[in-house]
Design a protein. Structure first.
Ligand code: S2G
Ligand code: ZN
Length: 462
């Protein structure tokens, strides 16, 4: 290890490094809590050529690099537990250009997501990727995990909004992928291999991102429901008649945490087992009429039991707060997270089957359901009861994971809908990917990173 430090310090001056115990702990991990960080050193490249030099040294001297962005990951994709060299993009945070005609922005990988969204809004546009961690996540990490968030049902995943990508491959080559073109039919689109690659093929160092005109006159309604079937029935009823911007759900068990953490009152005068949030454009009131008529039908059928409507920014923010603040409100309780997805028609039976398994095995644990139900994506968070230790809790959760993932496999679902595989979900990959698919992924890894210096051990053991 000392020779690696020597090699790095012979090539970069002290301003490039952080080595204190606090910094090693801080930069050696992400938002996951179950794997202790143990990095060798943290290095902060300032240019693409610094990144290229680091990759070349890693190949020559065979040491592993862990790319690090905003460190908001939830599958330990940015955890350095094996004395790796963490390469933080914090100092590669320049906004390079904004193209008014193309409505695109060119940024370095270390730019904070929210700053990109602000620049779009300053130009009367939006960057249509929205999630709770946007204030600390970096765009490079969002792209490396193909981030989603609450507007995927309308705008898709970040993959749809990356028109150009500059990368340093695991071989140390700089590739400029797609150069911002809308159309480019010249063979394999390598950009899409790097999007979602979790830092295992190389470093994302720059991106060209597409902005779009904002929706007009957003309307938001929070509904109270008797059960999950009612949530699904509400989603499918509205989906048939309007092109909504978002449809999210959460169980009542989430509400206590959000009320405690954000000091808000109850979402509705009465508490209900489930809630959903519908966001849509008014469309000169036409959609409001449709929604109101459908609401009345669903209310008659007791599918919807109550509602709270928001059309001004304050009420919209308050309503979204019940959903967007769940993750932050529960994080201090070290929840065991599962981020699952199935096709939409399977959600109802899938959720009920998982809930049955979880309740049978976790009678004392709190079960929190929330997520992007219109994408088929459910976030299952288990909160530990006070009667057992964290390690006992994690052991029990891992035991039940097998039963949960068998149900995922039965419904041909995904063991990780949007948070990536990283280290936490690696041992369950086969529940969602065939042996043949994993073989091809490993072959692709060998092409871009033949010496396995890039985030070794993440997603799979190459
Ligand atoms: C969400 C955020 C991370 C979490 O709230 O949609 O993806 O807590 C999550 O699961
Ligand atoms: Zn999510």
């Amino acid at each position: 290890m000392s020779s690696i430090l020597e090699i790095l310090k012979n090539n970069f001056d002290a301003s490039f490094f952080k080595t204190s115990k606090e910094d090693l702990l801080k930069y050696g991990k992400d938002w996951t809590n179950f794997i202790p960080p143990n990095p060798l050193i943290i290095i902060f490249p300032k240019t693409i050529f610094d990144v290229q030099k680091i990759v070349q040294l890693a190949n020559e001297h065979h040491f592993v690099l862990v790319p690090s962005g905003g460190r908001t990951g939830l599958s330990a994709g940015a955890v350095a537990a094996q004395n790796e060299v963490v390469v933080s993009m914090d100092k590669m945070d320049k906004i390079l250009s904004f193209n008014e005609l193309e409505q695109t922005i060119q940024v370095e990988a270390g730019v904070i997501t929210e700053n990109i969204k602000k620049i779009a809004e300053e130009n009367n546009l939006i960057f249509p990727i929205d999630f709770a961690s946007k204030g600390s996540s970096q765009i490079g990490g969002n792209i490396a995990t193909n981030a989603g968030g609450i507007q995927v049902v309308k705008y898709g995943l970040i993959r749809n909004w990356v028109t150009g990508l500059k990368v340093v491959t695991g071989r140390g080559e700089i590739l400029e992928l797609n150069q911002g073109l809308i159309k480019n039919a010249t063979g394999y689109d390598l950009r899409h291999l790097f999007i979602g690659s979790e830092g295992t093929l190389g470093f994302i160092v720059e991106a060209t991102l597409q902005f779009i005109s904002p929706p007009k006159n957003k309307q938001v309604i929070l509904f109270g429901h008797p059960n999950i079937e009612a949530v699904i029935k509400t989603m499918s009823t509205f989906r048939k008649k309007i092109d909504f911007l978002a449809f999210e759900f959460f169980s009542d068990s989430c509400v206590d945490y959000v009320m405690e953490h954000t000091q808000v009152d109850t979402p509705l005068p009465q508490r209900f087992p489930y809630y959903s949030i519908l966001e849509f454009e008014s469309n000169d009131g036409k959609n409001n009429d449709i929604v109101f008529q459908l609401y009345q039908e669903l209310y008659q059928e007791k599918i919807i039991l109550d509602d709270a409507f928001g059309s001004d920014s304050i009420s919209i923010k308050k309503i979204w707060g019940y959903r967007e603040n769940i993750s932050a409100s529960i994080s201090s309780f070290s929840p065991y997270k599962n981020d699952l997805s199935v096709t939409i028609s399977n959600i109802h039976l899938f959720l009920l089957e998982i809930e049955k398994v979880v309740v049978n095995h976790y009678p004392l644990f709190k079960i929190l359901w929330y997520g992007h139900i219109a994408d088929g994506n459910l976030h299952l968070n288990i909160i530990k009861s006070n009667d057992i230790s964290i390690s006992e809790f994690e052991k029990k959760c891992k035991e039940v994971n097998i039963l949960i993932f068998e149900i995922v496999q039965k419904y041909k679902g995904s063991i990780s809908a949007e948070h990536g595989v990283g280290l936490l979900k690696k041992s369950y990959l086969e529940y969602s990917k065939s042996q043949e698919e994993i073989f091809y992924m490993k072959m692709i890894k060998n092409i871009f990173d033949p010496n396995h210096i890039m985030n070794k051990g993440k997603i799979f053991d190459a």
